[in-house]
Design a protein around this ligand. Structure first.
Ligand code: GDP
Length: 423
């Protein structure tokens, strides 16, 4: 696989059982990304059983089996390349913490493939994922109307499914100009890597063409540096080494940096990436680095590293737009769940519910409501119970989203509108 091609993080979203894993398996298979020995093994098995040409089904069985055994050839983090791009599949729905990871940026996707089964249409998770994709600023969406084989490749059923999805996109104000629709069968391989004879009424792009035509991601190199710290190590001969992924901006040796909210800083001595010393790192790079004068106990996971002259914001309070996804009862002012933002987890109090808004349009519906519940969206004021570094989504979107967790699940998601900084 060529590493020279531009890189794309691709999210595969959609309702459970609509065919996400099968589609990823098919993409890996068609782009030659399934290890040769796996294919060979299954070719032989298929031929022995007189089922030549069914290698794909065997590959899928194998992926499923390996998953069950926990050996994982898992669909998340799989890689494949097309003529134009090198793709990494980021975390997939169904995975534990998918929603949280998607919101907190742990698995930031550039573009998405939405899988909708032709025989089932738009379902609750389709709505949830599309809503999140829009909120988190996914650039383009390829909508694969899957399982066309189950509806006899009927154009009318395809058109119905497309209309359902378009209605959904309109509801959440995702510009349908940025969506492409393709009738596919992940299982049979229709319109994935070659035009299908079963859909002669369709003359648009096939899936691989649409993937090639995605806009090239533009990494946020011009934004100020923001590097949330994941862990802090002590390495003999080097000293304290914070590690994390650069979200925005550039990190250079010699830079003067500041860690917030720990409020310490110094000069960057060395940067290491993939076990090699480098002079510079940018968005998406996972780095370990060393800063003059910083000890193991001075900084911690959840700190954000930024330029000393433009340090990460630390919130006394912040105003945010939140959407309640799953809460067993109602949310009122005073509620104090755990907020997950980038690498930090901090208990925060919802100090006031300022306005209930229409989840799709953002228009005000009610001032100062007494409570909000599932499906509601609201503008709220939040007070972290411990110092929290977070940014307004307008200024630095990569550091402006959070998930609210309670009782072991993601109950709400939000975006920061403004930060009232701590003195
Ligand atoms: P996921 O939960 O979205 O990842 O869905 P899976 O990929 O696990 O697929 C769920 C079920 O639908 C499996 O039994 C697949 O074999 C089946 N499936 C997936 N794609 C197709 C398709 O294009 N046609 C048919 N007939 N079945 C499919």
């Amino acid at each position: 696989m060529s590493e020279d091609k531009p890189h794309q993080n691709l999210a595969i979203i959609g309702h459970v059982d609509h065919g996400k894993s099968t589609l990823v398996g098919r993409l890996l298979y068609e782009t030659g990304s399934v290890p040769e020995h796996v294919i060979e093994q299954h070719k032989e098995e298929a031929e022995e059983k007189g089922k030549g040409g069914f290698e794909f089904a065997y590959v899928m069985d194998n992926l499923a089996e390996e998953r069950e055994r926990g050996v994982t050839i898992d669909i998340a983090h799989q890689e494949f390349d097309t003529d134009e791009y090198f793709f990494t599949i980021v975390d997939c729905p169904g995975h534990r913490d998918f929603v949280k990871n998607m919101i907190t940026g742990a698995s930031q996707a550039d573009n998405a493939v939405l899988v909708v089964a032709a025989d089932d249409g738009v379902q609750p998770q389709t709505q949830e994922h599309v809503f999140l994709a829009r909120t988190l600023g996914i650039g383009e969406m390829i909508v694969a109307i899957n399982k066309m084989d189950l509806v006899d490749y009927e154009e009318s059923r395809y058109n119905e499914a497309v209309e359902e999805v378009k209605d959904l996109l309109n509801q959440v104000r995702f510009d349908t100009e940025n969506a492409k629709f393709i009738p596919v069968s992940a299982f049979e391989g229709d319109n994935i890597a070659s035009e299908s004879e079963n859909t002669d009424w369709y003359d648009g792009e096939i899936l691989l063409e649409a993937l090639n035509a995605l806009p090239e991601p533009e990494p946020p190199t011009d934004a100020p540096l923001r590097l949330p710290i994941q862990d802090v190590y002590t390495i003999s001969g080097i000293g304290t080494v914070p590690v994390g992924r650069v979200e925005t901006g550039m990190l250079n040796t010699g830079d003067n940096v500041s860690f917030q909210p720990s409020d310490v800083g110094g000069e960057v001595k060395t940067i290491e990436m993939h076990h090699e010393e480098v002079p510079q790192a940018g968005p998406g790079d996972n780095v370990g680095f060393n800063v003059r004068g910083i000890g193991q106990d001075d900084i911690r996971r959840g700190d954000v590293c930024g330029p000393a002259d433009d340090p990460p914001s630390v919130a006394e309070t912040f105003q945010a737009r939140i959407v309640v996804m799953q809460h067993p009862s109602v949310i009122t002012a005073g509620y104090t769940p755990v907020f997950h933002a980038h690498t930090s987890q901090v208990a925060c109090t919802i100090e006031s519910i300022d306005q209930k808004i229409d989840p799709a349009t953002g228009e005000a519906e009610e001032e100062n409501p007494d409570f909000i519940q599932n499906g509601d969206a609201a503008v709220v004021t939040i007070r972290p119970q411990k110092p929290l570094s977070i940014e307004s989504a307008n200024e630095i979107p990569e550091l402006g989203s959070f998930a609210i967790r309670d009782m072991g699940q993601t109950i709400a998601a939000g975006q920061v509108m403004s930060v009232n900084e701590r003195e």
